[in-house]
Design a protein around this ligand. Structure first.
Ligand code: ADP
Length: 414
């Protein structure tokens, strides 16, 4: 009696790689017998290749559910036959067919990933059928296990990223708090000692407390935005008439005080670029790009910020680009660089960061109907460009971008 339960698939496609006609006929008959003996079991559809080259040809066209592989073929002999098939079609499970004299090779193949082996002339029809079914089931179970392991590793990485984010935020919020507490303590001590601060010092202290509290306010607003976005909600944009050139130039002025190592170069063409945008959120996006340009150019260098007007698909866009000559982003990390909490392999663990800025920046820009993208070369630098729609009309001299992104002056087009 055969006590094995039916497989989860009802038809199993088998590629038999066997050059010997008699052996191939026997296998085909045994599979038919197995179907008669065990009608509840899955059925088999059999195709055959007589050479390794033919097998590869068939595998390239379609991957079967299972490969039944004789190791001795006219164009490949021994363990390397298995190696080549497994490398060519890693997703299909392989059951090795061996002769009595090469069973050791079959065992070696099993050690390196073959699902099973059968010694020719020694197995029954149900045993063949069972070996093929189990091979399919085991491979499926392996895939499920590796997917679970991958999901678990990703979940752990996300938790670690979140922990790092929380501790970085706690650290960032502590700095301004220390300033506020320091000033308040100073005023309090002087009052207790009945030696109040002179009015001008008091005014300066009040001014510092107020500015620092404002900074904390904007950090908390940013956190609230991140929490909203994390929860899958859109931001409540406050659109207002804004001149992008003056917004960028104001932000740059603040950054000039922060770095002596970097040269910040600003170019704007035209001199004013108006649109209806959320200036607070756009300022945050720009600050994030500039913070990154400075942070990821540890040796200093020039950071170029350009504001231009572009014309694409009959629409005028305001573009801001931030170019640095810093560490750049490895090509393998580029596609995920705007994912929340994602940090590139060349900076994670070396340069502090949380991996939330770019994700939030992209969502802010996209909510404006715009886009943000990056061009980067590892070790040479990065250019981040954001584009925002404007209502302005096209004017002569405007940079025109074709659908592939190539730029030319609009007055050169008919
Ligand atoms: P953070 O800088 O806090 O890690 P961001 O979301 O701002 O988070 O950036 C995500 C990642 O993108 C960074 O960790 C870094 O790997 C990469 N990155 C961003 N800007 C630059 C840049 N100018 N140069 C090189 N890498 C960058």
């Amino acid at each position: 009696m055969i006590a094995t339960p039916p497989a989860t698939v009802s038809i199993i496609s088998v590629l038999l790689v066997e050059d010997n006609d008699a052996d191939a006929d026997l296998i085909s008959e045994q599979l038919q017998d197995a179907e008669l003996e065990c009608p509840d079991w899955p059925r088999f559809t059999l195709t055959r290749a007589g050479r390794l080259s033919e097998a590869k040809h068939q595998l390239a066209a379609q991957c079967p559910e299972v490969i039944l592989l004789d190791l001795s073929l006219p164009d490949s002999v021994g363990y390397s036959t298995f190696e080549q098939v497994a490398a060519f079609c890693p997703t299909a499970p392989v059951v090795v067919l061996s002769g009595l004299d090469d069973a050791d090779l079959a065992v070696q193949a099993v050690r390196h990933g073959a699902q099973d082996y059968l010694v020719k002339g020694t197995f029954s029809a149900p045993a063949l059928s069972r070996a093929l079914r189990y091979a399919v089931e085991r491979k499926h179970a392996d895939e499920v296990r590796s997917k679970l392991a991958r999901d678990r590793a990703e979940a752990e990485a996300a938790l670690q990223a979140r922990d790092a984010f929380i501790s970085a935020i706690a650290h960032d919020l502590k700095n301004p708090l220390t300033v506020i507490k320091g000033q308040a303590d100073r005023i309090g001590r002087r009052l207790l000692a009945q030696q109040p601060l002179p009015t001008d010092s008091l005014e300066a202290a009040a001014q510092q407390i107020s500015t620092t509290a404002l900074q904390m306010h904007s950090m908390i607003d940013e956190l609230l935005d991140v929490a909203r976005l994390e929860a899958g909600h859109a931001l409540d944009l406050r659109l207002e008439p804004t001149d992008l050139v003056s917004l960028v130039s104001t932000v740059l002025e603040q950054f000039r005080d922060r770095t002596a190592q970097h040269e910040l170069v600003f170019q704007a063409e035209p001199a004013n670029l108006a649109g209806s945008w959320d200036s607070v959120r756009l300022t945050r996006v720009l600050c994030n790009l500039l913070d990154n340009a400075i942070k990821y150019s540890p040796r200093g260098g020039v950071i170029r910020v350009r504001v231009t007007r572009e014309f694409v698909d009959n629409q005028t866009w305001a573009a801001v680009s931030v170019e640095d000559c810093g560490v750049g982003i490895p090509p393998g990390d580029l596609p995920r660089i705007f994912d929340r909490f994602y940090r590139a392999s060349n900076v994670a663990g070396h340069i502090a960061g949380t991996g939330i800025g770019l994700g939030a920046a992209r969502q802010i820009v996209e909510q404006h109907g715009g886009s943000i993208d990056v061009e980067s070369h590892e070790g040479r630098g990065s250019t981040f460009t954001l584009r925002l729609p404007t209502a302005a009309d096209r004017e002569p001299g405007v940079v025109v971008r074709d659908s592939l992104g190539a730029a030319e002056p609009s007055n050169a087009t008919p």
